[in-house]
Write a protein that binds this ligand. Sequence first.
Ligand SMILES: [Zn+2]
Length: 121
Amino acid sequence: MSSGDPLLQARALVLLDLAAQGLADPHTVSRVEECVTERRWWLSQWPQGWEYVDGLVAQDVQDRLFDEARRWPVCTGCPDPTEHSMTIQPELGPDPRWVCSQTGYVIAHLGALPKVRASGT
Ligand SMILES: [Zn+2]
């Protein structure tokens, strides 16, 4: 896992989870590219941070989409009809997981979100 470019792995995991929620369109992919570029600079300043970039890129992309009023990822673990999101835990650590923001339950590892049917198609 530690071989190769950690940011390429982070990018791949985030794209998998965007695709699982039907959001891997050219617009969001370019947002991911921006976040990866910023984290590449960050990593050049703090090489020990390579273990954390998966979760950090995911949070960066989440923030960026939230600013555009796009909620990602929407929780898939609750029967609750009220749409709510998941957050990355730990925020700064290895092995990041998506956790329901309401119950605190672990839903999936980053890159392993279950596929949901795209709405509005
Ligand atoms: Zn939930």
